[in-house]
Design a protein around this ligand. Structure first.
Ligand code: AMP
Length: 297
């Protein structure tokens, strides 16, 4: 089993949704992705928090086998994101992004992490994603996520990142924004011209589409009776996806996409990282089995 490096945000999130307001819950792209991947492979986390980040939260990550050697504790406050969801949870607006210690984040990959074979560049500034790649010896597989903020403000460095990643995982709205196309095949074709061989377009409650050179695969989202909080679903998808590949040492991307969808389906069942913290391997396997039943005809 190979080690998996996750770089991204570690945060306090304040979330307003149909269940009420949830103040300063532990979140961040790297937190969700690491917890998700930790079900499948040893995870190495690189990020930054402030002095206000609770010791118990770091212990919780360690308790999931996540190596936090690369989690820098800087002078100042932890990154804080605040968002409000629509009642049906299909859209959200960002109310506040307090970068705090994240503003000066300069990811340093510990020497012991530089041989990481599987790398996830979570949602951080593309300039920082490039800096991370410069510090990794010879990764087998690099996946990257991004968001509208970087498409708007850092398009050139983002294009440099795309030249160096194997798989881009991006949500549908942002994929359309980045390419200027609307329909899935046109979007995927345009994204692949930026560099990545493989593109995964996340479609929220409608699942995900995997585009390879000669193949397309469509994974549903797991049908649920209720969703508590979609925050981090995309990062959990990416963590479950890459975790599967790191564990199995091969590139059965369809299986990996199902593993990502199954992992994300747990994430949304509780507020913040609650459901991922409680997830067991047995539950994950059972849900992957359910996916098989759900999609087989
Ligand atoms: P997702 O719901 O998958 O888009 O991810 C939500 C997570 O992204 C939250 O836990 C936030 O802390 C984190 N996040 C929000 N904005 C940013 C940003 N500008 N940079 C890095 N992480 C962010």
């Amino acid at each position: 089993m190979s080690s998996l490096l996750v770089v991204g945000s570690v945060a306090f999130d304040t979330i307003h949704n149909h269940l009420g307001s949830h103040d300063r819950v532990i979140g961040g792209s790297a937190t969700y992705a690491s917890l998700a991947a930790s079900q499948l492979a040893p995870v190495r986390l690189v990020g930054v928090v402030g002095k206000d980040f609770p010791r118990e939260a770091v212990d919780m990550l360690r308790g999931h086998g996540i190596d936090t050697t690369g989690l820098e504790v800087a002078n100042g406050e932890t990154f804080h994101w605040e968002g409000r969801y629509s009642d049906d949870l299909t859209s959200r607006e960002t109310i506040k992004t307090d970068l705090n210690v994240f503003a000066d984040f300069n990811p340093k990959i510990p020497t012991a992490f530089r041989d990481s074979e599987f790398v996830m560049l979570g949602n951080i500034a593309p300039q920082l994603q490039l800096h991370v790649l410069d510090q990794i010896d010879s990764p087998k597989l690099v996946i990257a996520d991004t968001m509208n903020l970087w498409i708007d403000t850092a398009l050139d460095p983002l294009k440099e990142v795309l030249k160096r990643v194997d798989i881009l995982v991006i949500n549908e709205e942002e994929a359309r924004q980045l390419t200027g196309f609307h329909h899935p095949l046109a979007v995927a074709e345009a994204l692949r011209t930026f560099g990545p061989d493989t593109v995964i377009v996340k479609r929220g409650e409608y699942g995900a589409l995997l585009f390879l050179e000669e193949d397309i695969f469509c994974a549903p989202a797991y049908p649920l009776k209720a969703v508590s909080d979609p925050t981090g679903a995309g990062d959990s998808f990416a963590g479950g996806f890459l975790g599967y590949l790191a564990e199995n040492g091969h590139t059965d991307l369809r299986q990996a996409v199902i593993c990502g969808s199954a992992t994300a389906s747990f994430c949304v069942q509780d507020v913040g990282t609650g459901a991922l913290q409680d997830l067991s391997r047995d539950h994950l396997e059972k849900r992957i089995h359910d996916f098989r039943e759900l999609t087989c005809f």
